[in-house]
Write a protein that binds this ligand. Structure first.
Ligand code: DAH
Length: 315
């Protein structure tokens, strides 16, 4: 019996053996009922056996209950040691890196960052920039026109108009944002980005422009000295207009930005008196600058959202 109790493995079996032993018709119950017919020694032995069995049942019951509880806990257990999926760390997009660098440099020169709407009206994108409707320069940019006459902004130059209209002169700002044109190949995307600088005050000159651009390029590309080539050019909103080339790695010339002295008509359009104020503007491709800095050659990849490309490009 003692061995039998110790070997029982379920509470139900233990309970039925208990009932068969101590229940109404149990074996021990019967023995105890017969106690009065026993001699002293036999009584003492029966008492001992009785308490020993009760104790054994109690111990086994506690053991089985503990085991059942542990099994239950085991089932509920949350295994916090489970290996996680390999982690994919996020990283900043090359354009974000580039903007961080550009804005840090331009802000250190005293330029203030501006943005503007990507859907522009004709005035800010063209007319105020000295490009009235009949002007052939409108064909320089393949514009997306909206049905209501608005356009998808073709150039961040629209932001300089907004900033001058709002704050007047003097002003030193740079505008950043997405721009849109109907063109698409490895170096052109229908949506791309530009950055535009503007500095208007009483005695701002072309040499201030070239000095700022030179310092900017030195800091941005982290090179000690930059070799620039200034070429005459044409933009309706600047007079004179120039294009600035940068000698790239001591070898070839790269066209890096358009610039010039802001046309008096543009100042006038923004309520600034050109007899009192003058200044310069410059504009360049934000994406293009990022491509040069990080050695990337397909602008379309910037917008694919392909993490594998970002990783392979070192981001
Ligand atoms: N808006 C011109 C373009 O998209 C770039 C540009 C040229 C901006 C000369 C300027 C500038 O501010 O002065 O091609």
């Amino acid at each position: 019996m003692q061995e039998q109790i110790k070997n029982i493995n379920s509470l139900e079996e233990l309970q039925s053996l208990y009932a068969a032993t101590f229940g109404k018709n149990g074996t021990m119950t019967a023995k105890l009922k017969n106690m009065k017919n026993l001699d002293n020694d036999a009584r003492a032995e029966l008492n001992r056996e009785n308490s020993e069995l009760r104790e054994l049942f109690k111990v086994r019951q506690a053991e089985l209950e503990t085991a059942a509880m542990m099994a239950g806990l085991q089932k509920q257990k949350l295994d916090v040691s489970l290996n996680r999926e390999p982690e994919n760390n996020g990283s900043l997009h090359p354009l974000t890196h580039t903007l961080a660098d550009v804005s840090e440099i331009l802000e250190s020169f005293g330029y203030e960052m501006w943005t503007g709407p990507e859907i522009e009206d004709d005035w800010h994108n063209f007319t105020a920039l000295n490009t009235p409707e009949y002007h052939p320069a409108r064909d320089m940019q393949d514009t997306f026109f909206l049905e209501n006459g608005n356009v998808m902004r073709t150039q961040t130059s629209a932001i300089q108009i907004r900033s001058m209209e709002k704050t007047g002169a003097p002003i030193k700002m740079f505008g950043i944002g997405a721009t849109y044109r109907k063109e698409m190949d490895a170096t052109h995307s229908p949506m791309f980005h530009q950055i535009e600088g503007l500095y208007i005050d009483k005695d701002v000159t072309m040499s201030d422009l070239i000095a700022d651009v030179r310092e900017f390029l030195k800091k941005f590309f982290e090179i000690d000295d930059v070799e620039l080539r200034i070429r005459p050019s044409y933009f309706p909103f600047t007079e004179p207009s120039i294009e600035i080339d940068l000698k790239w790695q001591g070898k070839k010339w790269l066209e890096i930005m358009g610039a010039g002295m802001v046309h008096p008509n543009v100042l006038r359009n923004c309520g600034i008196n050109p007899d009192e104020y003058q200044g310069f503007a410059f504009g360049f491709g934000w994406d293009r600058l990022a491509m040069l800095k990080y050695g990337l050659n397909d602008i379309r990849k910037f917008y694919d959202g392909d993490v594998r490309w970002l990783k392979s490009a070192g981001f």
